[in-house]
Design a protein around this ligand. Sequence first.
Ligand code: HEC
Ligand code: HEC
Ligand code: HEC
Length: 446
Amino acid sequence: MRYIKLFKIFTLSALLGACGFESVSTESTFATDSAAQAVAAGLSHGEYVARLGNCVACHTTEDGAPLAGGLKMNVPLLGNIYTTNITPDAETGIGNYSFTDFDRAMRIGKTKDDNRMYPAMPYTSYAKMSEQDMRALYDFLMTEVEPVQQANLSADIPFWKDVRWAMGIWNLLVHDEDPYQIASDQNDAWNRGAYLTEGLGHCGACHTPRGIMLQEKGLDSSDDDFLTGAPLDFWSASPLHGNNLTGRGRWEVEDHEEFLLTGLNRFGTAIGTMVEVVNNSTRYMSTEDVNAVAVYLNSFPASEDEGEFIYDDTETQRLLSLDFSTQGAQIYYEYCSNCHVTSGNGYYPYQPALAGNPGVLDPDSSSLINMTLNGSLRLVSSEGPVSTDMPYFRQLLNDQQIADVLTYIRSAWGNSASAIRIDDVAEIRAATDPTQNDDIFVLRMK
Ligand code: HEC
Ligand code: HEC
Ligand code: HEC
């Protein structure tokens, strides 16, 4: 991988040299230092880094003190582990960590007492952070966070399954400890966007498929699997590459910016786990940073040519004349059309369009099923809640009806995605049943 990157840089600068062009500056600190962006966003440097890294999402429980840990996370095949107390309490938190101890934890996943961490802590992404940002983050945790005395919980993994000791070998095989390297063939904004997306934002922890060792199959844009979408806690972290129907091919830079800041845009809205990412993290980005991430994401090519999305109003006309083509059409008319409209176009920005929505066309239907069964968390902005909530249909509709209505929205108005299997609805219904299940899955690595 690195060989290919070097090769690219070589040939490009050789070419540019030959044509008498200057190559793009590599001296910028914008790519790897967040200090100025923190000022622009009105936060201290360290808090800004902590926001963009979204430490709070995992290191806080619903009713717990900020960053005191205790959230249960499932490691597939092994069992549950708990996030730790990262407040500066000397006894139960990280109060005794020196900067060097902290840096080692964040980059190679080794705690102060030399225990290896499971990569449920996304150190494989945080390793890309610059020293300036790491120091600011350390100072923030040590001086701006309230110390909380709360002992860490030990993992629910039987000793014979506990493979912590093997994580050093895992690191050797799949982990890259190097901080972000500026790509000299790309401009400042792209590099800053790559630094935030691949590193601090750890977008790949959810959006990149995992291999047999549970490693992310690609850690940067040189890898074709990077950000191509992955299953997660019975949601699907959507593909972010440039595919025209199922990816972000029709999104402009401005659409990405709006999505990161508000959680919605003309194509759709954040649901499931992504709501927390927007609420805790991306909405705090400075104008320059949100542009950088958008420029970077917008540069991802499509993995295949999926053709154009062409809106088709046949179904709209049929719904308006109460001529229901299928069972699903009738359910849509009765239960969904007052918000998402007979045209499938919703009422932007209050209720999302379903026509042409890449989330609706996602080959992995788990987010759609989960959303229809359980609704979603609410997006917030500095002005308060953004939209009305999607109601949950767990009690109102049975598995067959949910499969029918989702199959319908995946085929009406020019949408063309596969039918929903009733077994998939049944499986997600059981797994997310609030009366049967106390597990909070945050990162189901599969
Ligand atoms: C996706 C969830 C997740 C996010 C996001 C996350 N962590 Fe963690 N972190 C964990 C888990 C899980 C552990 C415990 C790992 C283990 O036990 O193997 C952990 C452990 C740690 C430790 C070792 C602590 C100790 O008790 O010795 C530190 C330090 C840490 N995290 C800091 C951070 C910081 C700082 C951020 C934000 C930049 C962050 N984490 C974001 C999941 C997360
Ligand atoms: C009361 C209004 C309302 C009704 C009725 C409603 N929805 Fe929604 N729906 C929303 C809102 C609002 C959202 C955006 C997410 C949020 O804020 O909860 C949404 C989001 C969605 C999404 C996710 C879109 C995306 O961008 O990923 C799907 C799929 C969906 N609804 C399907 C349905 C189906 C199917 C029905 C009928 C069974 C339905 N909705 C009924 C308001 C509604
Ligand atoms: C903790 C897991 C997680 C992390 C981290 C995460 N995402 Fe997501 N993301 C999801 C899930 C799940 C979805 C699918 C639900 C949806 O459509 O909103 C999603 C959806 C999206 C979408 C598509 C939304 C739509 O309407 O179709 C975009 C764009 C996106 N994420 C960008 C990002 C970026 C950029 C980052 C890093 C800054 C990121 N995500 C980090 C879980 C995550």
